[in-house]
Design a protein around this ligand. Structure first.
Ligand SMILES: *Cc1c(COP(=O)(O)O)cnc(C)c1O
Length: 356
């Protein structure tokens, strides 16, 4: 009898998703974003699967992630989005990592200490998070030594790509185009998953999808063009019957309004089911919805199984949080969050099963 949640990851579907995005690319090139341990699915396994599919460029957030990924992908180009911190220089050299330079200091540091190895330039066009400011970039480009630096990629990141009508998309593209014209020999990359679907005008030379590889819908509000890649199943530990008017869970946040069958499952916020899903999320069993009752605990949560037919539910029964009855995007919406947050947390304590 399983006592642990099960995360089943369809690597073939991840690869199919990558190929379908690459086929859309205006210039045929598509990277894979595998930060946060491949959005929680295992950066090494996802990375190897993408490599088999033909992916050659990978993005992670942190130097440690890049070092770990290097072991799985000895040949790949690994970009570190977090930038170049001076104390990480030895790792960048030893593991042939490619920094994404985020401010003028990092640019100068790499020119001085990068041994001529390639780096990416990140210019901010609307996030105000990381990246050189437009002005800083234009000033740097006054210097011919900087214009002729070892630049592998010019990149920027879209703030509102999942809202196709948002005026910022056009503004960011226009600013980015202006810089591309100043560095015509350097490949450019602007589009995350949703950016790919804004149209070829946003593609540049290299696509940078993350969530769409993992089956998240890059076109919210429209049908999902991606294949699902994950199933999350959580085991029932106990089934109990409560009368109307009883309390359930911490803070007695739920009071039953009818005789209620409660399924207690081995899954809680320490497993990555965010506590904010208390009273909102749901499990699914053979098409039946089992709403979360009351607060989510650290290791447990309680589901309303009253409407599940007798005989379907026992200790050990696996309830889907994400699966045939509920997509990643729907499950995230139920829980009051976005697919990114749900996905990057869900696998923390789960048994991972890979399908290839
Ligand atoms: C996370 C990230 C991506 C991937 O974004 P998705 O929306 O998951 O496709 C691309 N570029 C940068 C800079 C990122 O931080």
């Amino acid at each position: 009898m399983p006592s642990r949640a099960r995360l089943t990851i369809d690597l073939a579907a991840v690869s199919d998703n990558w190929r379908s995005l690459r086929d859309r690319a205006a210039h045929g090139r598509c990277a894979g974003v595998v930060k946060a341990d491949g959005y929680g699915l295992g950066a090494d396994r996802v990375g190897k699967a993408l490599k088999e599919a033909g992916c050659r460029q990978f993005f992670v957030a942190q130097t440690d992630e890049a070092v770990a990924l290097r072991r799985a992908l000895p040949e790949a180009e690994i970009f570190v989005l977090g930038g170049l911190l001076a104390e990480d220089l030895p790792e960048f050299q030893e593991f042939s990592l490619t920094p994404v330079l985020n401010d003028p200091g990092q640019v100068l540091l790499w020119l001085a200490a990068g041994n001529g190895r390639p780096a990416a330039l990140h210019v901010d066009t609307g996030m105000n998070r990381l990246g050189l400011r437009m002005r800083e970039m234009l000033d740097l480009l006054e210097d011919p030594a900087i214009r002729q630096g070892p630049w592998r990629l010019l990149l920027s990141h879209l703030a509102c790509a999942d809202e196709p009508d948002h005026p910022l998309n056009d503004r960011q593209r226009a600013d980015f185009s202006l810089l591309r014209a100043r560095l015509p020999q350097v490949p450019a990359s602007l589009a995350n998953s949703s950016g790919i679907f804004l149209g070829e005008g946003w593609h540049g030379d290299l696509l940078r999808p993350g969530i769409a590889l993992y089956g998240g819908n890059p076109t919210p509000g429209r049908p999902n063009p991606m294949k699902p890649t994950v199933r999350v199943q959580v085991p029932v530990l106990q089934v109990r019957q409560a009368d109307a008017g009883e309390t359930v869970g911490y803070a007695a946040a739920h009071v039953t309004t009818r005789p209620t069958r409660i399924a207690t499952v081995s899954y809680g916020y320490a497993d990555g089911y965010i506590r904010a899903a208390s009273g909102k999320g749901a499990g699914w069993l053979d098409g039946h919805k089992l709403p979360v009752l009351g607060r989510i605990s650290m290791d447990l949560m309680t589901l309303d199984a009253t409407d599940v037919p007798e005989g379907l539910l026992h200790p050990g029964t696996l309830i889907d949080l994400i699966g045939p009855d509920r997509s990643l995007d729907e499950a995230a919406a139920d829980a009051g969050t976005i697919p990114y947050e749900l996905l990057t947390n869900l696998g923390r304590r789960a048994e991972r099963i890979y399908r290839v």
